[in-house]
Structures are given as C-alpha cells and as structure tokens.
Design a protein. Structure first.
Ligand code: SAH
Length: 356
C-alpha cells in the first residue's frame, strides 16, 4: 500500500522547498502514484518551470551520427551483438550539412549522438565540433557518445562542446549489472559524469522508466542520485523493447509513470533542462504534450539525414517522422504555440539561480 494522497502532497511540498527527500520518502511517493497525485505533481511542476523558464520550450536538433557501437547493453537495438542492425557512420560533410540545415530552420542547439564508435575517431569529432562552432558561434553543441577517457572529454570541450548527455541508466549497481554485460559497470559511468562536470560541461544524466528488473527501490535510488548530483539536464523515457536484443520480449515502461517522474524531477531540480523524449512520443501519440504538461521544457526533433533515420533504432517503432522530424519545425512551433508554449531560435542554456 502506498502512502495516502494527503501524505504524498506533504512530501511534494517538502520536495519543492528542500529539493531532496530521504530514500524512504521517495519510495512512498513512487508507491503512492495515482492519477490524482500525478495531476497534483504536474500542476506544481508546471508552476516551478514557469518561474524559471516562463512559457519557453527549447528545441534541439538531434543528429545521430553513427550507429556503430562497441558495447552490448541488453536493451539497446544498436548493441554490437545485433548483427541485423544496418550500420552507418556519417561523414564530416553530412554532419555539417545537417547542422547548417538545422540552423536555417531555427535550431540553436545541435546534439551529436551515437554509439561508442572508436573508428569514428575522437580527433575527427573534435574537428567537427570546431567547425560547427566556427560556422554557428551562437549555437550550442551537445555531445552524447558514451564513456570516454578524461583526455578525450577535454579535447571535445576545448573544441567548443557545451553539453554532454550520458544517462546513468540505473543508480543501483545490482540493477545496472542486470542491464549491461560485466565489463560495463556503474562506477565507470558515474566517474565519467564526474569528469564531465569537472570539465564544466552542462551534464545530462537519466534512465529508462520500466527497464527490466527496475523496482521501487532502484527508482528511489535514481531519484536520490539525481537530487544529489544535480545534473543540468535529465533524460528519462519509457523502456521500449527492441526485438533483436536480449530484452526483446520484455514489457515496455509506463507512460503515466514516466510523466509522473518528470514532475518529481522538475520539483527536485527546478532549473533542469528536461526533455519530453522521443520514447515517450513513440509509446503515446500524445506523449509529448503530456510530458510538457508535467514539467518538461525541451524537445529534440530528429535532424539526421532521412536516409539513416530508420537505422538508428534503439527500440522498435521509434518515431522519426511527423512532428518528431526537424522538417516539421514550423508545424512544431505552431503546435507548441497552440499549447501555450513559445519556442524559437534560442540556445536554451540551463538556469542555475532563479531569476528575480
Ligand atoms: N551511446 C550513447 C548514447 C546512447 S542512446 C551513450 O552511451 O550515452 C541514448 C539513450 O537511449 C540511452 O542512454 C538509453 O537510456 C536509451 N535507450 C536505449 N535503448 C532503449 C530502449 N530499448 N528503450 C528506451 N530507451 C532506450
């Protein structure tokens, strides 16, 4: 049995003022999840987001630049062991052209995401970041390409990268070990997050909601970790099975739980950059709106060249057309305006202190 609605509302108030909770209270809030509590958390999260960001929503153009990967995460469709994946690697000119196209559309952040692909070349990526920043100095560059040595992160930062997304995936070591082969361990992941912070990246952590073996305890651990590490960005989305992975027959995560957790994360980290993710939009056609109305403030449409989009398949049925594609930029802005949000050419950096 979860705690009562009244008790949970008290915990939400505490979270709003303290920005952290004891583990036991996180557990109570997760167990106490009901539609009524979800609405209450969403209202509070919306108010907090409004205080920090007004009605602004930030758009990121996502370029999936390689789907080669040396890792074997059990959940991911581009894992090395998936021999059915059609591999591709974009060239420098593909990436620069996609970014130029995004810039013309109005994006002021490009996100370069890929598998851990040593053959792409760390210096090659550094050069691309330099060229992106030279071509568009008013654009932020976010990288998301996994675990690398400090020196590599430093090279990319020196080249001009502003932000780095590296979901922690699970803050519980035993749960992390059930999602990854033995060579991938939580402490390495966390060490990478610390290195990125030391290098002054805006850092993004996060996890999948409803990943196999996730429990109330592991989720409480995730929320505790986020409230302590205080990442500038948090990416969460429902787990969605991919048929050619060891988790191909597992159940997908819950949209409602994802939306509820988005609100809790907004309350814990009021200034956080929080996307309504593609995975959420994939499971529910209304997922993006639900995410925004729960406190999310970022959307990451796909800016990869259309020919490679269907090859970057982390999970089945991944949305990459319609409003998930960058070509619909205009339509997206209009649909956001219809919901009361304003999106435009804005880098959308993290706000640390509340603006008076
Ligand atoms: N190689 C990079 C990028 C990984 S893909 C890195 O290691 O950070 C980005 C995110 O997609 C992952 O962090 C994971 O949380 C999510 N993801 C992967 N497979 C997924 C699946 N089957 N369902 C939902 N999300 C998934």
């Amino acid at each position: 049995m979860g705690a009562s609605f009244e008790k949970c509302c008290g915990l939400l108030s505490l979270l709003e003022t303290e920005h952290s909770l004891p583990r036991e209270s996180w557990r109570e809030l997760i167990c106490g999840h009901t539609p009524e509590l979800q609405s209450e958390a969403a209202l509070r999260a919306m108010a907090v987001r409004r205080r920090y960001y007004g009605n602004r929503v930030f758009l990121r153009g996502l370029i999936e630049f390689t789907n080669f990967c040396r890792n074997n995460c059990y959940y991911c469709g581009i894992r090395a062991g998936n021999s059915k994946a059609q591999r591709y690697r974009l060239t420098e000119s593909d990436i620069l052209a996609a970014a130029d196209h995004g810039y013309e559309l109005g994006f002021r952040t490009v996100v370069l995401q890929g598998g851990e692909d040593p053959a792409f070349g760390d210096d090659n990526l550094a050069r691309i970041v330099e060229k992106l920043k030279a071509a568009h100095p008013d654009c932020a560059v976010t990288l998301s390409c996994g675990e690398r040595p400090f020196e590599v992160y430093r090279r990319w930062k020196d080249a001009g990268a502003d932000r780095y997304l590296l979901r922690h995936e699970s803050a519980d070591p035993a749960h992390y070990a059930k999602l990854h082969p033995a060579v991938q361990i939580l402490s390495t992941r966390l060490e990478c997050l610390r290195m990125l912070r030391e290098l002054h990246y805006q850092v993004g952590a996060g996890f999948m909601v409803g990943s196999p073996y996730q429990t109330v305890e592991t989720l409480a651990e995730d929320l505790t970790f986020l409230s302590e590490f205080k990442p500038e960005m948090v990416g969460i989305g429902p787990f969605i099975p991919h048929c050619d992975t060891p988790f191909g027959h597992e159940k997908a995560g819950s949209v409602d739980l994802t939306v509820y957790l988005l609100s809790l994360i907004r309350l814990a980290l009021p200034g956080v950059l929080l996307p309504a993710t593609t995975a959420l939009a994939t499971l529910d056609p209304d997922g993006r709106r639900k995410g925004l109305f729960a406190g999310a403030n970022v959307i990451m449409p796909n800016l990869s060249p259309p020919t490679v989009r269907e090859k970057y398949l982390l999970y089945n049925n991944k949305a990459h057309t319609g409003l998930e594609s960058a070509e619909s930029y205009r339509k997206l802005i209009e649909s956001l305006a219809g919901l009361g949000f304003e999106a435009g050419p804005d880098r959308g950096d993290h706000i640390k202190e509340m603006q008076k």
